[in-house]
Write a protein that binds this ligand. Sequence first.
Ligand code: DC
Length: 230
Amino acid sequence: MKKIVIAIDGFSSNGKSTMAKSLAKEIGYIYIDSGAMYRAVTLYCIENRLFDGEKLDDNKLHNEIDNIKVEFQLNKDTGTPETYLNGQNVESKIRSMEVSSKVSIVSAIPFVRHAMVALQQKMGDAKGIVMDGRDIGTVVFPNAEMKVFVTAEPEIRARRRFDELRSKGDTKTTFEEVLENLKTRDHLDQTRAESPLVKADDAILLDNSYMTIDEQMQWLLQKFKQITTN
Ligand code: DC
C-alpha cells in the first residue's frame, strides 16, 4: 500500500495528539507532535533566562536557535515518541502551565517557525507520517494526501486539559485558568501574522465535542482507507 502524509491541525487541547498518536500506531506510521517542538524551544527560553516576565529576548534567541536541538526518540515501553531538547528528555516538562502560557510568544516568531518547519519537512521526506499541529496542512505539507482539521467546543477542551493536569498531579491550576489560557491561545494562534491557524481548503472537518476516542478512531481509519485505496 502506498505511504502517505497525514496532516492533523486544529485548536489546542482538542485531543488531536491522542488521536494522531493512536492512528499512527494503528497504521504503522511515525507520529510527530509539532507542538512539542515549539514547547521545547519555549522551555529552552525559560531555562536559559531569555524571558523577562512575558518579554522574550528575540535577538538572543536568534543567536542561539541553531544550537537548540529538538528531536524525538521512541519510548520502547509506551511505543510513542518522546521529545528531547539538546539530548535531554523533556516530554513531561514541556507540558507545564508555564510553558503553555509562554509558547504562543515563541511560536509566533518567524525565524523559530522557519527552523521548525524545515525540520518537520525533513521528517516527512519518506512519507508514512502523521503530524499534528496548526499549520501542517497549510504550510508544512500543503500537498499532504490526507488533511484533517479538528475542532471542539472551548469548555469541553478545557475540561479535557484540566483532567489531564489533575491526573499528572497538578492540584493548583483551576478550571477557569485552563479555560482562560486556552481561549487566549486560540486567539493568538488564529490572529498571528505568521502561519495563523486556519483550515486548509482541502482539509476534512472533524468536530469531536461529542465523540468518543473510539468513534474518532473509526472515523479516521475510514478516511485513511478511502484515500489509500483510491
Ligand atoms: O498543540 P500544542 O498545544 O502542544 O501546541 C503548543 C503551541 O505551539 C500552541 O500554542 C500553538 C503552537 N503551534 C504552532 O504554532 N504550530 C504548530 N504546528 C504546532 C503548535
